[in-house]
Design a protein around this ligand. Structure first.
Ligand SMILES: Nc1ncnc2c1ncn2[C@@H]1O[C@H](COP(=O)(O)OP(=O)(O)OP(=O)(O)O)[C@@H](O)[C@H]1O
Length: 308
């Protein structure tokens, strides 16, 4: 697998306060890598360092082995959306294509194709200020991919998009990865990450918590949980083996099980007298893993094995 971006032992402080500590990861061609973390974790600071908007105190960032950012090969959808307001959609996109030295005739064709694909046919003559927020966001997405970048950074690409538009953009991102684009995606929507990403880098308080493939994260951290609906007394279940913790709310009891539990034999331990209206066994989701980390419940402490 060809590495496009290498982030190597990055450190960054603001006014003496460290916000990135020894951050290292890579993004390969053809993969979607997620960068995740609670608010204030350091995601945008990492991305700004990659984009050369600010510089690390220590560490190196290389693109295909070179220190200099290959601007024409990089596409960036920043978190803070901002397009010139009183400019026509086509004019703005052509201006951006020109900045990237991209052939203008091809750019124009691509703009029209993408506008149609994203339900914005005919909007090329509209000025940016006439667009809705979601439309503006789709135009900004087009701006980030118009010049066929080899490396794409997408910071919260789905915020403000309706479900249909989200699907369109998701499909486009998948297609780009399938044709070899290296993609770094920052998102708070764990279901999207779970659905789309090959690997993830989870950062908390400026430090790496997980750097792994999604499959390994699930294997390593996504333990089973048993959810029972019914009136259950805590004392009837709290002595059960291989239960890490129990949460009860209204008529729902959730038992979080230990990592290597054999579910079928574990179920035999349930006392006969308990009132079960519904029962399900699921693996905990990436969303729950994320919340555990952010809330410092730290179910993860034992499982450092998935860290690359
Ligand atoms: N220019 C700056 N000056 C001082 N502190 C900053 C600056 N930029 C970011 N920080 C601090 O660095 C830390 C990381 O911020 P960053 O924006 O990278 O987080 P984030 O993970 O992108 O969060 P969010 O999910 O809220 O966007 C925060 O504590 C923030 O207050």
């Amino acid at each position: 697998m060809e590495v496009f971006l290498k982030v190597d032992h990055l450190n960054k402080s603001f006014k003496g306060k460290p916000v990135l500590r020894d951050i290292s990861f890579e993004v390969n061609k053809g993969e979607i890598m997620a960068i995740l973390g609670p608010n204030g974790a350091g995601k945008s600071t990492t991305i700004r360092n990659i984009m050369g908007i600010m510089y690390p105190d220590e560490g190196a960032i290389t693109f295909q082995g070179n220190r200099e950012i290959p601007r024409n090969k990089v596409g960036y959808l920043p978190e803070e959306r901002g397009l010139y307001k009183n400019v026509k959609v086509m004019d703005m996109l052509m201006y951006l294509a020109e900045l990237k030295d991209y052939p203008l005739k091809k750019a124009r064709e691509r703009v029209l194709t993408y506008l149609k694909k994203f339900g914005l046919e005919g909007k090329e003559k509209a000025s940016i200020e006439e667009l809705s927020k979601g439309m503006g966001q789709k135009v900004q997405f087009i701006a980030s991919i118009l010049h066929e970048p080899e490396f794409l950074i997408l910071d919260e690409p789905f915020s403000g998009l309706d479900p249909v538009s989200q699907e369109l953009i998701k499909q486009e991102i998948r297609d780009l990865a399938a044709t070899g684009t290296a993609i770094l995606l920052s998102s708070h929507q764990m279901n999207v990450v779970e659905e789309m990403c090959d690997r993830l880098f989870l950062i908390h308080r400026g430090q790496k918590v997980i750097y792994s493939t999604l499959d390994d994260v699930k294997k390593e951290y996504a333990n089973f949980k048993c959810t029972i609906k019914g009136t259950i007394r805590l004392e009837d279940v709290e002595g059960l083996p291989e239960v890490q913790r129990i949460e009860q709310k209204d008529d729902t009891t959730v038992m979080y099980l230990t990592k290597d539990v054999q579910v079928a034999s574990w179920l035999k331990n349930l006392p006969e007298q308990i009132d079960i209206k519904e029962l399900s066994i699921d693996r905990i989701s990436l969303h729950e893993i994320f919340i555990d980390i952010a809330m410092d419940k730290n179910m993860l402490k034992e499982g450092a094995g998935a860290n690359a």
